[in-house]
Write a protein that binds this ligand. Structure first.
Ligand SMILES: [Zn+2]
Length: 286
């Protein structure tokens, strides 16, 4: 069954507003010809959302899915690191985590827990899932969903911190500029270096989890959660779809073909349960 699944899998991501702490990389320098005004709504610039915040968001969802199956997950921090908050780290270890790499004696021989297997551990051990950045473009027709791209509108937001003294008449104390992407809708492309049924089972379960918990502070994406940014609708695009079917998902003028509906039924009734079962078995064996 796993042979029917390509190593390239796509997650649909939709959010009204995203602010990522690492900031968004834009191509405005190319597009603006030196005349870029960041508050001009006419500016049509695209950019890249780096994979780091996306990866952390997904990993956290995957860790929770492992917990739901009764397992513990690799902690993301090196066990021998000098944590600022050692007691908080110890509390994590009591709450469904084990020390990073404690699940394997020799990472070259033994894959460890499923989180270790996917995300890798130490320098020479790469994870088996490669997380890519999302390239976004404000012009829908320029978006290639099959390459993990999205429609999205870049804005630079300004925040003024003003004086609270009446006589200052709201004089600004400081000004902060924030990169934001609005109305993001597209695909996040994950590539598996090696495919295993439990990987897809875990991905399917965690994407469901993240979608169901999208308004929880813990499971929003990026760094402006107090302001309603980073509430993400997410959905694993049926891995049985072919490229043209994936494109059709984003075509507002078209609905599912009969073949797509058939694949959705197959996915829900046969594939997904088999992959989730493989995940549960792997976790039980530990
Ligand atoms: Zn582990």
């Amino acid at each position: 069954m796993i042979g029917d699944i390509s190593n390239d899998v796509f997650i649909r991501i939709q959010t009204d507003l995203l602010v990522v702490g690492d900031s968004v990389m834009t191509d405005r320098h190319h597009a603006s010809n030196g005349n870029y005004e960041d508050d001009d709504p006419q500016n049509q610039i695209g950019g890249i959302i780096p994979a780091f915040p996306l990866s952390g968001w997904l990993r956290h969802g995957m860790e929770r899915a492992v917990h739901e199956c009764g397992g513990t997950a690799c902690h993301p921090g090196e066990a021998n690191a000098n944590f600022i908050k050692d007691d908080v780290y110890d509390r994590d270890l009591d709450a469904g985590y084990h020390e990073k790499g404690a699940c394997t004696n020799d990472p070259k021989e033994d894959d460890g827990c499923v989180i270790f297997d996917l995300f890798g551990g130490f320098n020479s051990v790469p994870g088996k899932v490669m997380r890519r950045p999302i390239k976004f473009n404000p012009v829908r027709s320029g978006v290639d969903y099959t390459r993990g791209q999205a429609e999205g509108h870049y804005r630079r937001l300004n925040r003024n911190i003003v004086s609270r003294n009446q006589e200052d008449n709201r004089e600004p104390l400081r000004n902060a500029e924030i990169d934001a992407v609005a109305n993001l809708d597209g695909c996040w492309h994950l590539s598996f270096r090696e495919m295993k049924p439990e990987f897809i089972g875990l991905l399917a379960k965690s994407v469901n989890f993240l979608d169901a918990h999208k308004t929880d502070f813990m499971h929003q994406l990026g760094g402006a959660r107090n302001f309603g940014a980073g509430i993400v609708d997410c959905d694993l695009i049926n891995p049985l779809y072919e490229e043209r079917e994936l494109k059709r998902v984003f075509d507002r003028g078209k609905s599912n073909t009969n073949k797509m509906d058939e694949k959705d039924d197959q996915w829900a009734e046969e594939y997904r349960p088999a992959f989730v079962n493989a995940l549960e078995q792997r976790i039980e064996e530990r």
